[in-house]
Write a protein that binds this ligand. Structure first.
Ligand code: ZN
Length: 642
């Protein structure tokens, strides 16, 4: 019997698990269902790569903790056991021992004795026991996965597994500066993307490449096997060429092949099903070079895609009207192919915590010459919206009833639209001046890039053009986005950060930067006011806010186009990182009273092949009844590749 669909699932620590539905899957013909099925399997097979990238002891630790979890026969009401369960669920969620957003190592709520005893009864060597206990209990060991503190050696202070121990930031930067000087400066490959930097006996550095026969070879070979099966059910010959090229890249590890793959991939827009699979985003590397593994599969949402298409069809109009200096505008906007999709499977870096909009590829020159594909993931947004209803956030943090009305009337539609503008137009807009290094902003690059895309969206969401295109219902609706954006950037996003900590993650830094810069430069448009001991955002002049966002967009684009590292550093350091301790405390206390989880993630649906008596595949079923722990344990069994 099918249980009825419930969006809200488990809630623990600072996390809430949700389920997402894949509404169009059952309507697909069998061939397309099989294409989704095999791509989805391939999207799950890279999980262990990510665990190892996040921490070199990640897989060892996961195996040991899961053995304790499945063999435990003590009392269920034991406080140590209960704390252990929460700890393991957090580790699963983060694909490792560090928080997925703050990058800080988790603090265990159980005793050392409990862990030692349980590790002993599940057949671990004394060496393994010592290693794991030290890893979990010693706060000095691997305290942070990605450290971006200005002035520190970012490699020596980060515990991610992209660089062998002892390699300094200066050494790695020199290594890549040297590689960079030897490649075509106009069409540089994504140097460092698919390898671990290691040291030879003689002290020199080399890349240990992730490919078949190389590092992560076993996982990569299984992924390729599954991609080979998917290939048979592709919707068109172009998709088959994409898969062939991806498999060639996985075999050779050659970054030129990766670029050829990215170009083929970005050009494939006819199919209804699409995927990514591979080394993709670089947020997990403090130097922003090495990509974590991710995979996902999606199915087009025809109706909602019309909205995104209306934007990308007008991309050049938006580029031409933007408030940035003429020199930094793209003369010819290659259409950003934008579509709205339903996620059908989330894997690697996108599981369980997922982005809701994705724009790829990341190579700047490929984006300039071939454009990019941009998606917004409607079924995940839908799940978030359902979860937010009745949470009490607006009652607590929005300044007055009139503003709450504004948000409930236009909030959902404008949130979606801002994501579309960010992904379809924002990231694809603007150009670097000739000779400017795309990595010139270094550790500040990701934050500035997100700020650029957000500002583009904020500036245009208030434009009459969107009313003309039928995307916003009237010229008041944008105000809901302005209010909720500033409320989030100035106040509510702080709930995600523990007391005494600062803002680390690029998207959060970007939102703080935009909001606080605006607060400081346009006090007549927006202020923070106090009522009965509580602080609120008060917007006095919405049209003036648009000027503010336009002005900052022009400056952020200038910084990116000129590669002005010092200006980027100052903006991010001044507005994007530090928190006002008193305000932070107040916001967290108000939030805690609502008893909500600041972070959400998703449990995947489960697909199964349906066979007749002769063993012919007759259908692919989809079900939504797997529990969080069941799914995690099954993945560790079935997709155990390393
Ligand atoms: Zn973005």
């Amino acid at each position: 019997m099918m249980r009825s669909f419930e969006t809200l699932q488990e809630r623990f620590a600072d996390l809430q698990l949700l389920r997402y539905e894949v509404p169009d899957f059952q309507l697909l013909p069998l061939k397309q269902k099989l294409y989704v099925y095999y791509l989805a399997e391939a999207a799950l097979l890279g999980r262990d790569i990510l665990w190892d990238q996040n921490c070199k002891y990640g897989l060892l630790l996961r195996q040991a903790l899961e053995a304790i979890y499945t063999h435990y026969d003590g009392p269920k009401d034991d406080a140590d056991w209960q704390a252990f369960v929460v700890y393991l669920k957090r580790v699963w969620f983060s694909n490792g021992i560090h928080h997925h957003y703050s990058y800080q190592k988790f603090e265990p709520g159980f005793s050392k004795e409990f862990l030692e005893e349980r590790l002993r009864t599940t057949d671990n060597s004394q060496q393994t026991i010592d290693k794991i206990v030290e890893l979990i209990f010693n706060p000095e060991v691997m305290p942070k996965r990605v450290n971006q503190a200005d002035g520190e050696d970012l490699l020596l202070t980060s515990s991610c597994n992209y660089y062998a121990e002892g390699i300094t930031q200066a050494e790695a930067e020199a290594f890549y500066a040297d590689l960079k000087s030897k490649v075509d400066a106009n069409r540089p490959p994504m140097l460092g993307l698919n390898s671990r930097l290691e040291r030879k006996e003689d002290g020199s550095l080399y890349e240990n490449v992730w490919r078949s026969g190389g590092l992560y070879g076993k996982a990569i070979e299984r992924i390729c096997g599954m991609l080979g099966k998917a290939r048979k059910y592709a919707e068109n010959a172009h998709q088959q060429r994409v898969i062939d090229k991806l498999m060639e890249f996985y075999r050779t590890g050659d970054l030129k092949t990766f670029d050829e793959y990215a170009i083929l991939w970005v050009g494939e827009t006819d199919g209804e099903i699409d995927f990514t699979n591979g080394f993709t985003e670089v947020y997990g590397d403090p130097l922003g070079l090495k990509a974590s593994w991710e995979g996902y599969v999606n199915i087009i949402d025809h109706e909602a895609s019309r909205r995104a298409k209306a934007l990308s069809d007008n991309a050049q109009w938006f580029e031409n009207q933007s408030p940035v200096d003429e020199r930094f505008k793209k003369k010819e906007c290659k259409g950003v192919s934008a579509k709205v999709i339903s996620a059908a499977m989330l894997g690697g870096e996108l599981y369980p915590s997922s982005a809701i909009g994705i724009n790829l590829p990341n190579s700047n020159w490929i984006r300039a010459e071939y454009g990019s594909k941009s998606v917004t993931i409607a079924n995940l947004t839908h799940a978030y919206n359902l979860a937010a209803k009745g949470s009490g956030m607006r009652e607590e943090f929005v300044i007055d009833e009139e503003t709450r009305q504004l948000l409930s009337q236009y909030g959902d539609v404008c949130d979606d639209l801002h994501t579309d503008l960010h992904e379809c137009l924002g990231h694809g807009s603007g150009q670097l001046l000739p000779g400017v290094d795309a990595d010139a902003l270094k550790a500040y690059g990701s934050t500035l890039e997100e700020a650029r895309a957000d500002l583009f969206g904020l500036y245009y969401i208030a434009d009459q053009k969107l009313v003309e295109l039928g995307l916003t219902p009237n010229d008041e609706a944008y105000k809901s986005q302005y209010y909720s954006y500033l409320m989030n950037g100035l106040l509510t996003q702080m709930v995600r950060i523990e007391e005494g900590h600062q803002i680390e993650e690029a998207h959060m830094r970007n939102r703080a930067l935009i909001s606080r810069w605006t607060l400081e430069h346009y006090p007549e448009a927006v202020q923070i006011v106090e009522k009965d001991g509580k602080h609120y955002v008060q917007v006095n002049d919405y049209p003036l806010l648009r000027n503010a966002f336009g002005e900052l967009l022009a400056e952020v684009q200038r910084i990116k186009s000129e590669g002005d590292f010092e200006a980027a550093r100052q903006l991010v350091e001044k507005y994007g990182i530090k928190l006002d301790a008193k305000l932070h405390k107040e916001i967290r206390e108000r939030y805690q009273k609502l008893n909500l989880a600041p972070y959400k993630g998703f449990i995947n649906p489960r697909y199964k092949l349906v066979q007749d008596a002769e063993g012919n595949i007759t259908d692919v079923s989809i079900s939504y009844d797997e529990a969080y722990d069941e799914q995690m344990l099954r993945y560790s069994q079935e997709y155990n590749t390393l």
